[in-house]
Design a protein around this ligand. Structure first.
Ligand SMILES: [Fe+2]
Ligand SMILES: [Fe+2]
Length: 298
């Protein structure tokens, strides 16, 4: 709030004071920040988190770090040991995607560990949950919703309807300080559709699954941050994280062959959003990239 002491002001002055007031009320809003790390790919991805996340936490002090872990165990799936490793190395919440069911031993953990999500629009009777309201160390309530796309993906329930079911009882800025959606989907168009559908109702819609970061990060008119894909945390000297030696022949010969994750040094790749905790809407969105093989952000 700006208090005006002057009595007579011109139209131009009123305009500039108005803009200044708007600016000051925006900058003085309390904010929180959330970092979403894109699909963590095998050992290379996990090592990148171990190497770069402590510095990012020190420098940027995110209130919440979410990582999509669907590829964190040997390139496909998640195991309890890998979940524990990610949480130990500074990740607060783990989202996932179509590979979450790869290892049977993850099922009991999905049931009992609220820091591990599976896409919500699988059948509701499936183990685990796809939406949590997490309370951060600083006492903020932040909702994280994990959804799966349906275009060029396995058939699942409607992600739009699933989002509505979760969001209906919540008001952004009142019941939760922020709401972030990890939309794990193949096509940029479906991801954009979701972002427009939820614009103004959530803080951010951030895409995962393709393992390639896109250059379309922006804040939509309603105040929701969007990026089609935040990229992969893993080795970029690869074919979306799999070794060139094992992945390339499949494209040339069309013969089935076992894929092996690339073990060389990986990069951390994700996106940081800054959110007004008064409104729950996004103020800034910024890719965060550290490590070899990928163009630096910014
Ligand atoms: Fe993935
Ligand atoms: Fe995926």
């Amino acid at each position: 709030m700006v208090v005006l002491a002057c009595v007579t002001v011109t139209t131009n002055e009123r305009l500039s004071i108005g803009i200044m007031g708007l600016f000051m009320s925006r900058v003085s809003d309390p904010t929180c920040s959330i970092l979403l790390l894109g699909d963590v790919m095998g050992r290379s991805g996990r090592r990148a988190i171990q190497k770069y996340l402590p510095d990012i936490r020190r420098e940027r002090a995110p209130d919440l770090v979410v990582a999509n872990g669907e590829n964190a165990a040997s390139g496909i799936g998640l195991t309890p040991n890998v979940v524990e490793e990610l949480l130990r190395n500074g990740v607060d919440l783990i989202t996932s995607g179509n590979h979450i069911w790869r290892y049977r031993e993850i099922v009991p953990l999905l049931e009992r560990n609220h820091r591990l999500l599976r896409p919500r629009n699988y059948p509701l009777s499936n183990p685990g949950r796809g939406f949590v309201v997490h309370e951060t160390g600083s006492g903020l309530r932040i909702g994280v919703l994990n959804l799966l796309g349906r275009i060029f993906m396995d058939p699942v329930d409607c992600p739009f309807q699933s989002a509505d079911e979760c969001l209906r009882p919540l008001r952004l800025g009142r019941d939760v300080a922020a709401l972030v959606v990890d939309f794990h989907a193949e096509t940029t168009s479906e991801k954009m559709a979701m972002a427009h559908y939820l614009d103004g109702r959530v803080s951010a819609v951030l895409g995962t699954h393709t393992h390639v970061p896109t250059a379309d990060h922006r804040v939509l008119p309603g105040g929701t941050a969007f990026q089609s894909d935040v990229g992969m945390t893993g080795c970029y000297q690869s074919i979306i994280g799999m070794s060139v030696a094992t992945a390339l022949p499949r494209f040339i010969t069309r013969l089935p062959a076992k894929l092996e994750p690339e073990m060389a040094e990986g990069a951390l790749c994700g996106t940081l959003v800054t959110i007004s905790t008064r409104t729950g809407l996004c103020q800034t969105i910024e890719p965060v990239r550290r490590g070899p093989g990928i163009s630096p952000a910014g």
